[in-house]
Design a protein around this ligand. Structure first.
Ligand code: FES
Length: 107
């Protein structure tokens, strides 16, 4: 599946990410800047914060756990209703074409 990452300046990068992989690692493995993922997906850093594109919020849904919801509050950039921690978003064929927007700061 393809995932498009749009940075805070509007620059979009589209990459192929394996189904089953998470959106944070999809960025890291492909050299997409704007997602840090400092804890490696361990749900303890909030440096993988992203905003799900409005066209995808229904398909993606909200935070996948209460732990994600709570950790999101410590994200460095503004937390919005579309905010997610990208390490908690698993890429699937159903999400082919997913677009996420990256905050200006992860720290
Ligand atoms: Fe640390 Fe997602 S990579 S919470």
């Amino acid at each position: 599946p393809k995932v498009t990452y749009v940075d805070h300046t509007g620059h979009a990068t589209t990459v192929e990410v394996d189904a089953g992989e998470n959106v944070m690692r999809g960025a890291l493995y492909n050299g997409v800047e704007g997602i840090t993922g400092e804890c490696g997906g361990g749900l303890s850093c909030a440096t993988c914060h992203c905003y799900v594109d409005a066209d995808w919020t229904a398909a993606v849904g909200g935070p996948s756990s209460q732990a994600e919801e709570e950790l999101l509050e410590s994200a460095a950039s503004e937390v919005k209703p579309s905010s997610r921690l990208s390490c908690q978003m698993i890429v699937t064929e159903a999400l082919d074409g997913l677009v996420v927007h990256l905050p200006e700061h992860q720290f």
